[in-house]
Design a protein. Structure first.
Length: 517
């Protein structure tokens, strides 16, 4: 079983939520007071949610700077308490600003979670659906979003401290974050979400102190509100974004690990959960997972004489071996080999099939691996001892893929089209007693059981899914009650969540895709 990491930034969500609700009280849902005087390009301002001390804002045309003050508690969970300058809008817009935190005018340290915010918002009601790019006083930047009124807020934390300029862009239902670290052209960093806002909606600047007893000040310089540029006619480029995701309802945070042009696929964790392995344009890389999230340079993993590695790879739970699916020449079939944990000369091949073999999973005791062999229309699942020997064939029908062991070694979970569509199944490790786990309108694949055996995470795509990148989501089943809940929506495919993706009891890793000019 994989070792759990500390993830020191985790907080007690229920305790914090209780405190926040107590601070806000029933006034969190009060009708906002609106000051209708124009302020720069905006038409009005108001406190959204509770405010023990009313906030305010003004625009200095000479300095081209908006200054907002607020004692608001937060924009998180399903409540809001912040000051907002805004106008109503329809269609697509971009909002750009330099966000600054002047020295505090009070006699104590500011809260590190005070925020300056660029926000699209459905209404001025507390708890409204919204998408916002928030720069924190600590320097952290995050794309935060709430899909519907009353839902909990989620976010993608961007591993760039206090960028010089930030932009949030809305094109249809897609909202994307752009940043400039030091004044270079604004560029996407992999933080995006899909959210539907009916016209008219609100767009504007927000500020909060994250401390209801303190009024803080945030400045927004060189603000630009305009229509997005027309899409370029040149072919779009595929970008891949590697993220980690917390599964708790109250802290549904995704942390951005790496964002690059090109194809990343098949992410899986190191045994100590301190690094991720990912296939990147045909090469295998190891990327450190830092806390707090900071971009780490990838380290190439040497594969010796092997070429054409497919991205089907995974570290053994005991941390000693890395299984890979590679070839010894470009004309050869894919077979499974073993590499030392740090990379190097391969051992094997472990498999010798007449069709290509693709690694999928290690058993929890590091003694057995599961793999698939076949074609895109018909494939079957096999197991073999990690030190070699005879193969065991577990399936003999239709398209079976994505095998993974349960932590107790009793079951192999997999996806299969035997019911007519791709659904999640499980069987005993000898292939007997198959039973269907999911049966819904989605194409479900790539099941992975949590290290404690309590949850099953898997990839879901629309029923009309094609092989390319499209709408996808990660969903999770709680075995104690059978309920299924959605964790995150993104653009992806099977490559997003193919290998074992649990880092500890609370964190998953996945890859999203987007095409940019």
């Amino acid at each position: 079983m994989r070792a759990a990491s500390g993830f020191s930034r985790r907080r007690s969500s229920l305790t914090y939520l209780a405190l926040l609700l107590a601070q806000l009280g029933s006034s969190a849902f009060a009708v906002p007071r609106i000051a209708a005087d124009p302020i720069g390009v905006f038409r009005a301002q108001s406190d959204v949610g509770a405010a023990a001390t009313p906030g305010g804002g003004h625009y200095d045309a000479a300095a081209d700077c908006y200054t907002l003050s607020s004692a608001g508690a937060n924009t998180w969970y399903h409540v809001d308490a912040f000051h907002y300058v805004w106008l109503t809008a329809s269609g697509d817009w971009t909002l750009t600003a330099e966000i600054r935190f002047p020295p505090p005018a009070y006699g104590h340290e500011p809260n590190p979670h005070r925020k300056g915010i660029l926000m699209f918002r459905q209404s001025l009601d507390a708890g409204s659906a919204n998408a916002a790019l928030a720069v924190h006083g600590s320097g952290m930047t995050a794309l935060q979003y709430r899909q519907g009124r009353g839902e909990n807020t989620q976010d993608v934390e961007i591993n760039i401290d206090l960028p010089k300029t930030v932009r949030i862009e809305k094109r249809g239902d897609l909202v994307t974050a752009f940043v400039s670290r030091h004044g270079e052209p604004l560029h996407a960093v992999g933080a995006s979400t899909r959210i539907h806002l009916r016209s008219p909606y609100y767009v504007g600047l927000g500020a909060l102190s994250h401390d209801i007893g303190t009024t803080d000040t945030v400045q927004f310089a060189h603000v630009s509100l305009r229509r997005p540029d027309a899409a370029k006619r040149s072919p779009p480029v595929l970008y891949s974004t590697l993220q980690t995701l917390q599964i708790e309802d109250q802290f549904r945070r995704a942390s951005l690990i790496r964002h690059v042009p090109g194809l990343m696929q098949s992410v899986n964790w190191a045994a100590d959960a301190k690094a991720l392995y990912v296939a990147e344009d045909g090469h295998l890389n190891k990327i450190a997972v830092l806390d707090p999230p900071t971009e780490a340079a990838p380290q190439a993993v040497a594969t010796g004489k092997l070429v054409g590695c497919s991205g089907n790879d995974g570290m053994s739970p005991d941390g000693k071996w890395l299984a890979v699916s590679c070839r010894e020449s470009l004309q050869a079939l894919h077979q499974i080999y073993m590499l030392p944990a740090g990379g190097g000369d391969p051992v094997g091949p472990l498999t010798h099939g007449a069709q290509s073999s693709f690694f999928h999973a290690w058993s929890a005791d590091s003694r057995t691996i599961a793999f698939t062999r076949g074609s895109a229309s018909k494939a079957d699942i096999y197991t073999i001892a990690a030190d070699g020997g005879a193969e065991s064939r577990l399936t003999r029908d239709t398209l079976n893929d994505g095998p993974d062991f349960s932590p107790d070694g009793v079951y192999v979970y997999f996806d299969s089209s035997r019911s007519g569509a791709s659904q999640i199944w499980r069987m005993h490790v000898d292939g007997t007693q198959p039973e269907q786990i999911t049966d819904d309108a989605y194409e479900n694949s790539s099941p992975h059981v949590s290290p404690d055996g309590k949850y099953l995470a898997f990839l879901s795509q629309p029923a009309d899914v094609r092989t390319g990148v499209g709408d996808a989501e990660l969903r999770i089943i709680a075995f104690h009650d059978g309920l299924i809940r959605s964790l995150v929506h993104f653009q992806g495919n099977r490559d997003s969540f193919a290998m074992y993706s649990w880092g500890d009891l609370n964190h998953l890793a996945f890859i999203s895709y987007e095409r940019q000019p």
